[in-house]
Design a protein around this ligand. Structure first.
Ligand SMILES: Cc1cc2nc3c(=O)[nH]c(=O)nc-3n(C[C@H](O)[C@H](O)[C@H](O)COP(=O)(O)OP(=O)(O)OC[C@H]3O[C@@H](n4cnc5c(N)ncnc54)[C@H](O)[C@@H]3O)c2cc1C
Length: 184
C-alpha cells in the first residue's frame, strides 16, 4: 500500500494502448516507463490524470488491482481535458498520474461470501469493472454475481466484448444488458 505522501507526487506514465469503446468513450492503458503498474490500488479507487499546460481530472481506475501489468481508465469526452486526451494523446505519449484516491469497496471483508448485484449505467460502469474483475479473479471467495448495465444504445456499451463474451461465461455470473430504444 502507498505511503499517503506518495499519492501527492505525480508519477510519469506512458499511454501504451487506446481503445475506442463508443463515440465518446475511450479506454486508456497506462504503464510505468519500462512496464508495470505505476502504483497499487484497491477496487473502486481513482487517480488524477494530468497533462501539463492542459489540465487534470479524476478518473476511476477501471482495471482490477489483480492486473499487475498496467492500469486502465475509461474516459468519456465531455470538456477540456477529456477532449485533449481523446484527440491529442497517442500511444507512446506520457501523462502524469497520481493516486490512488477515494474509498474502495470492502472486497476483502464485508462482501466475501455474499451474492452480489451490480447496477450501472453508461460510464458509471468504470469503478465497478475494477471490482467485478477482481472478484472474478478470486471467484471462489464470492457468491453469485449479477451485473445490470444500461446504455442509450448497443453502441454505447463500454467494454462490450467483456460484457458479452468474458463475464457471462464465468461461474455463476450473469450480465443483464438494457438499452433505451429497441434495436437488433
Ligand atoms: C470520483 C470521480 C471519478 C470519476 N471517474 C470518471 C471515469 O472513470 N470516467 C470519466 O469519464 N469521468 C469520470 N469522472 C468525471 C471526470 O472527472 C470529468 O469527466 C472531468 O472532470 C471532466 O473534465 P473536462 O476537463 O474534460 O471537462 P470540463 O471542461 O470540466 O467540462 C465539464 C462540463 O462543462 C462543460 N463545459 C466545458 N467547457 C465549457 C464552456 N466553455 N462553456 C460551457 N460549458 C462548458 C462541458 O460541456 C461539460 O458538461 C469522475 C469524477 C469523479 C469526481
Amino acid at each position: 500500500m502507498c505511503n499517503c505522501q506518495d499519492t501527492l507526487i505525480p508519477q510519469i506514465g506512458v499511454v501504451t494502448d487506446i481503445c475506442t469503446e463508443t463515440a465518446d468513450v475511450k479506454t486508456f492503458r497506462v504503464e510505468k516507463i519500462g512496464g508495470g503498474k505505476l502504483f497499487e490500488h484497491l477496487p473502486g479507487q481513482c487517480a488524477i490524470l494530468s497533462v501539463p499546460g492542459k489540465g487534470e481530472a479524476i478518473f476511476s481506475i477501471t482495471s482490477s488491482p489483480t492486473n499487475e501489468k498496467y492500469m486502465e481508465f475509461s474516459i468519456k469526452r465531455c470538456g477540456s481535458i477529456t477532449n485533449f486526451l481523446h484527440f491529442d494523446i497517442e500511444p507512446g505519449q506520457q501523462i502524469a498520474v497520481r493516486g490512488p484516491y477515494g474509498n474502495h469497496f470492502p472486497v476483502e471483508d464485508k462482501l466475501k461470501g455474499k451474492d452480489l448485484l451490480f447496477i450501472a449505467g453508461g460510464i458509471g460502469l468504470a469503478p465497478l469493472r475494477s471490482v467485478i474483475n477482481y472478484m472474478l479473479d478470486k471467484r471462489d471467495d464470492y457468491g453469485s454475481i449479477d451485473v445490470v448495465y444500461g446504455a442509450r444504445s448497443k453502441e454505447d456499451f463500454v467494454r462490450y466484448d467483456e460484457l458479452t463474451n468474458v463475464w457471462p461465461v464465468q461461474k455463476d455470473t450473469r450480465v443483464h444488458l438494457t438499452i433505451d430504444r429497441a434495436q437488433e
